[in-house]
Design a protein around this ligand. Structure first.
Ligand SMILES: Nc1ncnc2c1ncn2[C@@H]1O[C@H](COP(=O)(O)OP(=O)(O)OP(=O)(O)O)[C@@H](O)[C@H]1O
Length: 373
């Protein structure tokens, strides 16, 4: 799919903005803090209803205003999609898809498909397991909105179980209620584990193929879901192994006042030619693996939805050498890409249609370089 246009009113540092996009490559050039990422953030909001930078809507509304508005017009293979968001201080977001107001804001998912790639994503392999869990969770949620509900529920139940563990430490009488939370955590947690395992099984061959191409067949990438709960053939069997793990860990959980087993402790293992790249990879290798995983995600969304997602590349080009930049653009021939960069030169000799290079200065967007505003 691709976006034809974007309209913003009082969003971040913009008063009013209206842009028409190229179906392939769109580039935003400008110094720091001018409003480039704000545009990508607005696009992301029309995909997930959330920002990738804040969960406070107030920050998205222009400082001196009370309301903000975002609209995108998207083209899919067989249909068009118009998504509108109205943000208001101290109120729930109002979201419309094709003119119809959503009763549940999570129903926004599955309309505009977006993949973001930022310098933080390049650190995906280097950082701790929570980043890699987030990678899995974000991608699965986008393709399967019910997963997002499980995750929210799981985090709530986990918090309640942890609070209860702390209480039991002081008052044993609370022990009786623990079973209720155990059952909840097992049931929702098992669903999460199974979905993550499925996701990794699907992304593994895609990322292996892409990684082979980027490294000219030198590296064999393997990704594995690493769960502290034994994954069995059926839902019931996995549920059972979670139940026994939780039982075994009860004493430690009570001592520490926290739940020490479950999907919130899982990881994504990343191996190159059999070596654990999380601990032993060079920085360059880790970044290439992250790139392969992101590109695999795009192919996966295409496979699941029959639409290519839109790719948002936030300040990432300057971090990639020319070969990787070229690979990226070539591999994504069919994908609409939005790039932000501080220097036009960072794009080296990529073929960018001049018409779709936007210069951004202090929330003013023009097609020619803005010398002074
Ligand atoms: N709610 C808001 N109201 C008004 N201005 C805001 C608001 N939120 C952020 N800004 C302004 O937006 C600018 C930041 O924009 P943005 O994050 O898009 O920068 P950028 O051009 O992508 O820069 P960089 O290259 O550093 O990432 C800052 O000047 C900031 O003060």
């Amino acid at each position: 799919m691709y976006l034809e246009s974007l309209k913003l009113i009082n969003f971040r540092n913009y008063n009013q903005l209206q842009l028409k996009f190229h179906p392939k490559l769109n580039v935003f050039v400008g110094n720091n803090a001018q409003g480039k990422t704000n545009i990508l953030e607005a696009i992301y909001l029309t995909s997930t209803g959330k920002s990738f930078r804040t969960n406070k809507d107030r920050e998205l509304i222009k400082f001196d205003k009370e309301q903000a508005y975002i609209k995108v017009e998207g083209k899919k293979r067989y249909t068009d999609t118009v998504v509108e968001l109205k943000l208001e201080e101290n109120k729930k977001k109002q979201i419309k898809v094709n003119g119809v107001t959503l009763s549940k804001n999570t129903d926004i998912l599955n309309n505009v498909y977006v993949v973001v790639f930022s310098p933080e994503d390049l650190k995906l392999i280097k950082e701790g397991p929570s980043e890699r869990r987030k990678f899995m969770d974000d991608e699965i949620s986008q393709m399967k909105p019910s997963y997002f509900h499980y995750l929210t529920q799981y985090n709530r139940v986990l918090l309640q179980r942890n609070n209860l563990l702390k209480k039991i430490h002081h008052h044993k009488k609370y022990m009786d209620t623990l079973d209720i939370w155990n059952e909840k955590i097992i049931e929702i947690g098992t669903r999460i584990i199974i979905e993550r395992a499925k996701f990794v099984t699907r992304i593994a061959p895609l990322s292996r193929l892409i990684h082979r191409k980027i490294t000219e067949n030198k590296e064999n990438l393997e990704v594995k879901y690493i769960s502290n709960i034994q994954l069995n053939n059926t839902f019931e069997e996995t549920l059972e192994s979670f139940r026994s793990r939780l039982k075994e860990s009860l004493e430690v959980d009570l001592q520490r006042g926290t739940t020490t087993v479950g999907p919130h402790r899982d990881d994504l293992g990343v191996f190159v030619n059999g070596i654990d790249i999380r601990s032993f990879g060079s920085q360059g290798q880790q970044r290439t693996c992250a790139l392969s995983l992101k590109l695999a995600e795009i192919e996966l969304i295409k496979g699941e939805t029959s639409e290519y997602p839109i790719l948002l590349l936030d300040d990432v080009m300057s971090e990639l050498d020319i070969n990787r930049q070229k690979f990226l653009i070539k591999a994504l021939r069919d994908v609409q890409i939005f790039i932000t960069t501080t220097e036009r030169e960072h794009l080296n000799d990529l073929n960018v249609d001049k018409e779709y290079v936007f210069y951004v200065k202090n929330a003013i967007v023009r097609k020619e370089k803005i010398e002074s505003v």
